[in-house]
Design a protein around this ligand. Structure first.
Ligand SMILES: [Zn+2]
Length: 266
């Protein structure tokens, strides 16, 4: 099972490398095969195997020796690690493992066997947003909207009585970020972050939405300070907020409860 998930994760990651590149440019995902940006030669299927081809070709085009961007193996690897990680998170439910998370295990209780595809799809949407915002500093509306509709339908299936609270949580998170957007006249964050908050806030519900936003601001501030200290950016320079909203989501999903307890008791 783990081996299969590594393969599926690598293949999904390979699609993501293309999709996250083409979506912000408005290019069709279906259009054409991959070509080398330097010599324009079509890349043969055996040179397009996720991760393996990159290693075999030592990161260079077979024909022109041009370096292949490391985003390809990195994204493929992230995707595979995510797939396997989700499997272990679900397998940890009911055990005393530190990976056993109430949020994730409640999905498993409600969705049963469907919890794996539910989390994998959620992961792919979120990973795409993470990559695109990190590289291009935009969050495509269609991804946040797709995520919101997906979460809405899943909640109807999981626990319809909680739908109202979840929608209100998403709405509050959206309004909160929107007010920062207005107060900072768009310098603090973008409207893409507002729509992302609508999606993730609806997914998390109360009180996790608060912990999640708190975590995003905290990790964002820490990263900002570190980047200024190592002189990667100058003080006052903007960095995309979306990746921190997603980083915080991952942390909250896995260790949210432990962190909340620590925070409340100390
Ligand atoms: Zn080439």
């Amino acid at each position: 099972m783990v081996f299969l998930l590594v393969i599926y994760g690598l293949v999904a990651g390979s699609f993501l490398t293309a999709y996250t590149y083409r979506l912000p440019l408005g290019k069709s995902i279906k259009k054409g095969r991959s070509i080398c940006p330097n010599c324009k030669k079509k890349i043969a299927w055996y040179d397009n195997v996720p991760l393996l081809s990159f290693l075999m070709l030592k990161g260079k085009c077979r024909r022109c020796d041009r370096k292949i961007s490391s985003r390809y193996p990195v994204i493929e690897l992230m995707s595979a690690v995510g797939f396997v990680g989700i499997y272990y998170l679900l397998a940890a439910c009911g055990s005393t493992s530190p990976l056993s998370s109430n949020l994730i295990c409640s999905w498993q209780t409600e969705l049963g066997i469907l919890s794996l595809p539910f989390m994998l799809l959620l992961f792919l949407i979120v990973l795409m947003i993470f990559i695109i915002d990190l590289e291009k500093r935009i969050i495509p509306d269609e991804l946040s909207l797709f995520g919101l509709v997906f979460v809405f339908l899943s909640l109807l299936l999981i626990n319809p009585s909680s739908l109202y609270v979840h929608l209100l949580s998403g709405f509050s998170a959206g309004v909160f970020l929107l007010s920062i957007y207005i107060l900072t006249s768009g310098k603090g964050m973008g409207l893409g972050d507002v729509k992302l908050a609508l999606f993730i806030g609806t997914l998390l519900g109360w009180p996790w939405v608060v912990v999640w936003l708190f975590g995003a601001f905290l990790t964002g501030a820490m990263a900002g300070i570190i980047l200024v200290l190592i002189k990667k950016i100058s003080f006052g320079k903007q960095i995309a907020f979306g990746p921190f909203l997603i980083l915080s989501l991952v942390i909250i999903l896995i260790w949210g409860e432990i962190l909340l307890k620590l925070y409340l008791f100390y």
